[in-house]
Design a protein around this ligand. Structure first.
Ligand code: PLP
Length: 414
């Protein structure tokens, strides 16, 4: 008998588990449409041209390149400066600079967007709240992260119904279930853009209504911005939810907000784990920003001590050179145009515009609403792998396999 035998097997990860299965598949026509990693028209995960340039610049900067010592617990000061500028000056030019000047943003470099969410959940569950509202559907890891990081009350709000967003239902649900004075202890995850998995985001008018309700119920927003730039092709432009939130004259956030952000998708730095958590604190509380940052430091120290150094150096170079940054925007736009081309190419071949509101979807994914039976057939008969919520990662499709994939889709829907 061993105590270790009491540890049961965990289920495979909903997304990465499928990739493991895909790797074992021997069909040479197999297509992996599961993970949200951008691939080019030849099916390769390539480095963004701007990122390559930044890597070369880093290589030439021997002192920085060869510095393998620890970064500070809350991250590189250079990275911090460039990311805060990017998020709060460039992406939110009307309200962000004032927040920076008033010293109202606690910041920590994180292990990409997942790390930002996990650190945020740790801080919140230690001091503020153990209740979080997550859209249904959402990225499956949201529930996982909040459950593992101290949240005991995980609730969902309706987001999508019959191929469309259901904003009225969502807000009605919140009004019914969040009592005004409890709201301050209720966190709510808002996907900043390119909602995963549906690819459907509220319009600006709908966001206005959503934010008014969240504000009125005194809920604490956690903005998850993992796809900044993948909607419009222009990263600063896509921070519109953050901009709307920070416009305090309208929303008067009484208790601040959390922003979890990542350069995985918009710089292709997936495995380098480059992201950040910013906590915007209320006005006139001179101690709060420093107190929060001291707690973030403790949390990081107890889990991984300090973040890795390479990826954040690359990102800082891109963000701090005006000419590279311009080129980066072009890289992002190029990726977005290819994703759009694939989306349109599929819809033309499938004639599915009636079935899926595809023109309104954006980002990396195509949400097909195929059922489990169809998804199993695609996998078993055609070796086409998609996540079981019917989401497919568009960049896995290219000129070489688009006809194969669309023919398979047609044959299973007959
Ligand atoms: N949030 C959402 C909605 C996502 O889809 C993802 C990645 O797929 C993340 C956060 C975090 O990604 P990463 O940790 O790679 O930055």
């Amino acid at each position: 008998f061993s105590l270790f035998e009491e540890i049961p097997r965990a289920p495979p990860d909903k997304i990465f588990g499928l990739t493991e299965q895909f790797n074992k598949d021997e069909n040479n026509k197999k297509v992996n449409l599961t993970v949200g990693v951008y691939k080019d028209n030849d099916g390769l995960v390539t480095t963004f041209p701007t990122v390559s340039k930044a890597q070369k610049m880093l290589e030439q900067d021997e002192k920085r390149n060869n510095d393998l010592s620890y970064l500070p617990i809350i991250g590189s000061p250079t990275y911090r400066r460039s990311v805060l500028d990017f998020l709060f000056r460039e992406s939110c030019p009307s309200s962000g600079p004032k927040l920076l000047e008033e010293n109202r943003i606690s910041f920590v470099q994180t292990l990409s967007g997942t790390g930002a969410l996990a650190v945020a959940a740790d801080l919140l569950s230690l001091f503020i709240s153990r209740t979080v509202w997550i859209p249904e559907p959402s990225w499956p890891n949201h529930i996982n992260i909040f459950k593992r990081h101290g949240f005991t009350d995980i609730r969902t709000y309706p987001y999508y119904e019959d191929g469309k967003l259901c904003v009225d239902k969502w807000l009605e649900h919140l009004r019914k279930n969040v009592k005004k004075n409890d709201g301050i202890r209720h966190c709510i995850i808002l996907h900043a853009c390119c909602h995963n998995p549906t690819g459907l985001d509220p319009t600006r008018e709908q966001w206005q209504k959503i934010l008014e309700t969240v504000n009125e119920l005194k809920m604490l927003p956690i903005i998850d911005m993992a796809y900044q730039g993948l909607e419009s092709g222009n990263p600063p432009e896509d921070a519109y939810v953050l901009r709307m939130c920070l416009d305090e004259s309208r929303y008067k956030w009484s208790h601040g907000l959390f922003l979890c952000q990542s350069f995985a998708k918009n710089m292709g730095l997936y495995g380098e784990r480059v992201g950040s958590l910013s906590v915007v604190v209320p006005p006139n509380q001179p101690e709060t920003k420093t107190n929060i940052e001291s707690q973030l430091k403790q949390i990081v120290r107890s889990i991984y001590s300090s973040p890795p150094g390479y990826g954040c150096r690359v990102a800082s170079i891109v963000l701090s050179s005006p000419s590279l940054k311009k080129e980066w925007h072009k890289d992002v736009d190029f990726m977005v145009q290819r994703l759009l081309d694939v989306r349109h190419g599929m819809c033309e071949r499938l004639g599915w515009s009636d079935l899926v509101n595809y023109t309104q979807q954006h980002g990396m994914f195509y949400y097909t609403r195929l059922n489990h039976h169809s998804l199993n057939r695609l996998r078993d008969e055609y070796s086409i792998y998609m996540t079981m919520d019917g989401r497919l990662s568009l960049s896995g499709i290219n000129d070489h396999n688009i006809d194969y994939v669309c023919d398979a889709f047609k044959s299973i829907s007959r």
